[in-house]
Design a protein around this ligand. Sequence first.
Ligand code: GTP
Length: 598
Amino acid sequence: ERLKKIRNFSIIAHVDHGKSTLADRLMEFCNAITEREKEDQLLDTLEIEKERGITIKLQAIRLNYKAKDGENYILHLIDTPGHVDFGYEVSRSLTACEGALLLIDATQGIEAQTLATFWQALNLDLEIIPVINKIDLPSADVDRIKRQIEDVLGLDPEEAILASGKAGIGIEEILEAIVKKIPHPKGDESKPLKALIFDSYYDPYRGAVAFIRVFDGEIKKGTKIRLMSTGKEFEVTEVGAQMPKMTALDSLKAGDVGYVAASIKDVKDIRVGDTITDAKNPTPEPIPGFRPAKPMVYAGLYPTGSTTFEDMRDALEKYSINDAALTYEVESSPALGLGFRCGFLGLLHMEIVQERLEREYDIELITTAPNVIYKVKLKTGEEIEVRNPSQLPDISKIQAILEPYIEADIISPSEYIGAIMQLVQEKRGIQKGFDYLDKNTAHLRYEIPMAEVLFDFHDKLKTATRGYASFDYDFIGYKEGDLVKIDIKINGEPVDALSFIVHKDKAYRVGRNIVDKMKEVIPKQLFEVRIQATIGSKVIASAKIAPLRRDVLAKCYGGDVTRKKKLLEKQKEGKKRMKQFGKVELPQEAFLSILKAD
Ligand code: GTP
């Protein structure tokens, strides 16, 4: 009986199709939101998330809804992150649901992420309710979206709800559909506890907190829990739900969604996808599908300016309490000194970590260009992982280098197909599929080396398609590649932190471009600076930066006061992201030149 009054659902959508706005409306309708809270979109908590308009952390909100049938329902709205870096988290939070609202922007139609999450939801057998959003806009084309819903997703277009989160249209209809169409959770309170962790965060008061979906049994204060992937045990100090404030409850039972705190010091103990059970009365089988978070991208982070290695180590230690996906280990670079090689889920994750270290921990740092993980087969038969290009073994010892591949979905108006094909070919992509979502919308599928996507692929795709194409991807595995390492020398000295790995066919072009790019970004010094790109002992490109002329300096300082101030201001800014190499000052951009060199 209790279970019949519960519904667990997510909203899945492409970025900017209006998920957060709709979520706020649903909360407002269920009186779960106060005026003050309305100001900041509630689901996005962290400052950076808000600035970027991207939802990163999953959360679960409990709503009380009195339906038209006169019954009171408990609805759990489980948020999903909207970026490919966090694909695994999305799959876990969908596992916690019985249904999903598939939100489609009426002016945009189906995009790459819509399709990717739709397939995930379908594979998990979720009930999917299509919602056509932003119908308040004059350019909304509801008929086109309906045809897409039928032709592409194979859903009944007549079931689609017309809505506007912004104008508050269709909100009650959505809530009614959730109650009527999404099945209630099944489960057995009397069985041993079995709960899925689909998110975690660090709370200064509660310690590491897990967001869970209970499948069987019951969890409450005092329960001795066991985390099944590690066998670690903790005693529960609090269970509750976000309403949307964190609110303590007596217990969470089969079918419920909520949070658990158990004086856990480190979020790394609460792994997304892991199963929580009762240590005294454990469930025999964990929930399938657990996978430890695995970094896909590595980069070196080095202290600079007034930040010391110790400052940085402390900051990383503190920061990683709240980020289970970040890995780091000490790394020593002849050029940059002592720093850390960090592993990230993807490029966005890397940017977030970097920004938060700078902003919240006052760390001044320089990052090396990110790289994928290479697998190297040695002639001895041994296979090693290379996370830092400068550590690639000597070519004479290498049998083969393998690189990771992704499968990419690209959706775009058909007029840009030619431009996309050309771009993907430059990126060594192999076409795997091609179809039309409707008369004017093409869907292309490719296998592309992941390294090629790290370098400015997304920007180039957007430029080639005037911003219309959308893109989503999945890691598929490793393949052998004809790859070489390029080293960069400054005044004859190799700078290990600038080494990178690239496909042989592109080596000369990329070498040339990177040298030119560095010539642009390295400030003039009082002496000549020589930059060279080399493969082994062979120089493939070089450039010279002429020394600074004295009168230029003099002119700068002779100017009026405000200009001088500005200049000093600028220099200070610049200082932050500089690293001394021998006598040469290298700005941050120099280390990232490779990202723009292709
Ligand atoms: P991510 O969190 O980045 O995935 O985005 P989101 O899908 O949560 O989108 P969000 O709710 O932040 O809305 C994106 C933009 O669309 C914002 O500028 C909203 O004001 C606007 N928007 C959202 N819903 C509507 C709507 O129903 N009508 C109109 N006209 N604009 C909307």
